[in-house]
Design a protein around this ligand. Structure first.
Ligand SMILES: Nc1nc2c(c(=O)[nH]1)N[C@H]1C(S)=C(S)[C@@H](COP(=O)(O)OP(=O)(O)OC[C@H]3O[C@@H](n4cnc5c(=O)[nH]c(N)nc54)[C@H](O)[C@@H]3O)O[C@H]1N2
Ligand SMILES: Nc1nc2c(c(=O)[nH]1)N[C@H]1C(S)=C(S)[C@@H](COP(=O)(O)OP(=O)(O)OC[C@H]3O[C@@H](n4cnc5c(=O)[nH]c(N)nc54)[C@H](O)[C@@H]3O)O[C@H]1N2
Ligand code: SF4
Ligand SMILES: [Mo]
Length: 730
């Protein structure tokens, strides 16, 4: 079947010029206080999940007010939170299901679209086997919807292939923490950050990507805390750092091993803690023995003196926290990188206390909750393992099926796309995921999508990926369905339904349950309201690691959030993990992992001598489907630019604004240069929020971390040259 092009321009041409939408009447809409209602809920974007009050009038979200009492952000919002309310009534909202015809998409009735979707999925399974269809979920979904996706794949479709976009995000951290500490969660509440004496951020652009966390760091700084920042770019938070470590992309492991080396060499370890609460220290110590600061400096580009200083500040402090995000984790050694951070915290006893701990900064809105209840290819609800017989029995019992009917672990997100490309997987249902923009090696992704015999999408906008679908089911925004999410601290919070979906769009969970019914499995999906899903989820998670049994919507409202684990109704929740010195492994001990250096999957050489790294800017969110449509955000950063250091720019005769062609081993794109002193001279940076010919992911590669299966978004090899004009080279 011929698939249409998916560039943004093409979409605009076909679906109207609404990409830069400013509402009539200004940002706040009209204000008729009489009929207005304020709904206390949360921002739909990043993992901070800031509290916000949405203004609602006539079943429409018309503006917002700060929610000063919500303890996490105390009324503060970043530019995306301020503008998020503009999505609901956006002219691009999908108001009906769309079916592909020979003339392009046509609106269809729900009956027709759902019948067609169920029929095609079953047809493919009958012809090619159950595992010939796969499901993609997403971590912007509420926890109820995430739970439903896992159950839908395994019970309604009976396929083992379900995974989600958090595979591109949190899994290196998750794998490392699960292995070392027995649990995949940031161990500390964010109030601990303000109480730390030494803070180190590693590969985390806090100012732009976790904006509210900046406030916690400033509170620590006000008390005299020291701040260390490790990043190839001098990001906004670095301006106030006491020590900046300009690490070369892909070399954090060398840097961290040397920090641990110095801590051990100089006797800064907490022997008592290590002996009482951990195993494996000697092997880890051995693995870093050769990594003295001089050797690490050669690999990482960070001066030996700076490494010594960082090691001493951390090792001499009883309140050190190490915060890391995707700059550390988007690597083919992303898991080892995180294991090194955890090892430094364990070796110095900086864990399980106020102001002390290794901390992953979760990215997506429900990045935490979305990875706890079964949409990961290897997990069941409650962060249980799909291969654990007891876990299978428990969850199958709650679901009313035999454990023998529960499929085993399936492919991860990139592996699913690889299997589609190879012709092994023939059908895909994609909810809340825009893989054409967000997976590495976008040309490969496009080829794969075009091979699908059936492709269904549930989204509220026609994303670039959705434009390749056979059927697009018009789903709901966060504020159109009640539920819970878990923020960056694992604080479970209550998303309120503010309005109904517009037009004929439907709540995501209704769509999934209706599909299950049409697949002949309706008896397992009797849910009319998210609350009913949550009640089942509580039981399915009971006794698991992420135990939600003691959480109710009412308790969340009373406490302004409940931190899991929360095993009983009278349990207050667990803001800080490991306070009793016990970790989540059977023996109660934390595990040191041995560390070993290896090169990235796409190394620089004479032909591709420059490091390319990719990431974010403050005003855009992920694949940009949402923020590229919001006026006031898109204006702040309307197109991707190439950040380049003056020294490298000069070598190529490049000035700010010049079109530059960036070529990697996969492809080439051309985009304007932005010459800045805030990046290493051997590295260039491109934000990845754009599709098509300006997509950073045309350049990236599909190397995965062997354990977490995360792609290596943070380091590719490239070469650059000044282009005659924009648009060349793609
Ligand atoms: N504005 C905005 N905020 C967001 C998002 C968004 O799209 N836009 N997305 C959310 C999501 S899902 C996520 S995952 C988070 C991501 O949050 P972050 O991980 O903080 O953001 P990134 O820009 O992906 O990368 C962070 C930093 O890593 C650096 N870096 C690159 N390579 C390396 C390396 O090899 N080592 C080290 N140490 N650093 C490196 C980059 O220069 C960058 O400053 O943000 C969340 N918040
Ligand atoms: N080069 C490069 N690539 C990257 C990264 C990078 O740093 N560099 N970062 C990676 C990371 S950390 C992440 S998290 C991924 C994210 O990548 P994606 O998950 O693909 O990004 P999103 O934009 O969140 O895509 C979600 C889609 O779901 C829709 N959606 C949002 N909320 C809902 C909902 O409630 N219901 C429904 N039905 N649909 C919804 C949105 O409209 C959008 O089309 O990108 C990854 N890709
Ligand atoms: S920091 Fe994150 S959750 Fe808070 S307003 Fe900004 S995007 Fe929304
Ligand atoms: Mo992410």
């Amino acid at each position: 079947m011929a698939k249409p092009p998916s560039s943004q321009d093409e979409l605009t041409k076909r679906f109207g010029p609404h990409l830069n939408y400013n509402p009539p009447g200004g940002w706040q809409g009209e204000s008729d206080k009489q009929s207005e209602m304020l709904v206390k809920t949360h921002c739909c974007f990043c993992g901070q999940q800031c509290g916000i009050q949405l203004k609602v009038r006539d079943n429409r979200v018309t503006g917002f007010e700060p929610w000063e009492e919500f303890p996490f952000n105390r009324g503060m919002l970043c530019p995306k939170g301020v503008k998020r309310y503009l999505q609901g009534n956006h002219p691009d909202r999908l108001l009906d299901p769309l079916l592909r015809t020979d003339e392009g998409f046509r609106t269809a009735t729900w009956d027709h679209a759902l019948d067609f979707t169920a029929h095609r999925l079953r047809e493919l399974q009958e012809k090619y086997g159950r595992d010939s269809v796969a499901v993609y979920g997403g971590a912007s979904l509420t926890t109820e919807k995430s739970y439903l996706m896992g159950k839908f794949a395994r019970v309604a479709l009976g396929t083992r292939h379900i995974d989600y976009n958090g595979r591109l995000c949190m899994v290196s951290a998750g794998t490392a923490y699960k292995g070392a500490l027995g649990v995949d969660r940031a161990p500390n509440p964010w109030s601990d950050i303000a109480a730390a004496d030494v803070l180190m951020t590693i590969g985390a652009n806090i100012g732009e990507c976790a904006p509210i966390t900046t406030d916690y760091i400033w509170r620590a700084r006000d008390r005299g805390a020291k701040l260390i920042v490790a990043d190839p770019r001098f990001t906004p938070i670095a301006r106030n750092a006491d020590l900046f470590l300009p690490v070369r992309p892909g070399t954090d492991l060398a840097l961290l091993m040397a920090i641990l080396h110095v801590i051990i060499r100089d006797g800064l370890t907490d022997r008592e803690f290590i002996d009482a609460h951990t195993t494996g220290f000697e092997k880890t110590a051995e693995s870093v023995e050769a990594w003295n600061p001089r050797r690490a400096a050669e690999v990482s580009g960070v001066a030996p003196e700076a490494i010594e200083k960082a090691a001493h500040w951390i090792g001499e402090s009883r309140r050190a926290m190490l915060l890391h995000a995707r700059g550390l984790e988007h690597h083919s050694k992303g898991v080892e990188n995180c294991e090194a951070v955890v090892a430094i915290a364990l070796a110095t006893g900086n864990i399980g206390r106020e102001g002390a701990g290794p901390v992953m900064v979760t990215g997506q809105g429900n990045g935490q909750g979305g990875r706890e209840h079964g949409q990961k290819c290897d997990q069941l609800p409650g962060q249980r393992s799909l291969t654990d017989p007891a876990a299978r029995r428990h969850v199958a019992g709650v679901w009313g099926i035999s454990p023998d009917d529960l499929p085993g672990p399936g492919y991860t997100a990139v592996e699913i796309m690889n299997a589609i490309h190879a012709g092994e997987i023939k059908g895909l249902l994609c909810v809340c995921f825009n893989p054409l923009v967000s997976l590495p090696d976008a040309n490969f992704t496009r080829e794969a999508l075009d091979k699908l015999e059936f492709f269904g999408v549930i989204d509220f906008f026609l994303s670039e990926t959705a434009s390749h679908a056979d059927v697009v089911l018009a789903g709901s925004l966060q504020e159109e369905e009640e539920g819970v999410t878990a923020n960056v601290e694992a604080r479970v919070i209550h998303i309120q339904k503010a309005v109904d979906p517009p037009g004929n769009a439907r709540r995501d969970s209704e769509i999934i349950c209706d599909l299950a019914q049409r697949l002949g499995r309706g008896q397992y999906f009797p849910f009319r309201e998210p609350r009913e899903i949550f009640e089942e989820l509580r039981r399915a998670s009971q006794g698991g690691i992420a135990d939600y049994y003691g959480i109710t919507y009412e308790k969340i409202d009373r406490q302004m959030g409940v931190f899991w684990p929360c095993p009983t109704l009278d349990h207050p929740g667990t803001p800080r993990l490991f306070e009793d010195g016990r970790f989540f492994h059977a023996d109660g001990k934390a595990r040191f992992m041995s560390l070993a250096w290896r090169e990235s999957g796409d190394p620089v050489d004479a032909e591709f001598p420059v490091y390319l790294t990719t990431g974010r800017v403050v005003s855009q969110y992920l694949s940009g489907t949402q923020t590229r449509r919001i006026g006031g955000l898109v204006d702040q950063y309307p197109e991707p630019k190439l950040e380049i250091h003056p020294r490298l720019a000069e070598q190529h005769g490049i000035n700010t604004g010049d079109p530059v062609t960036v070529t990697s081993r996969r492809s080439a794109i051309t985009l304007p240069a932005m010459v800045v002193r805030t990046i290493r001279p051997d590295t260039v940076f491109i934000p990845y929020h754009w599709p098509g010919e300006r997509s950073a992911n045309r350049l990236t590669h599909r190397t995965l971390d062997p354990r977490s299966k995360i792609p290596e978004f943070k380091v590719s090899a490239c070469r650059i040259e000044k282009a005659a004009r924009a648009g060349e080279g793609s």
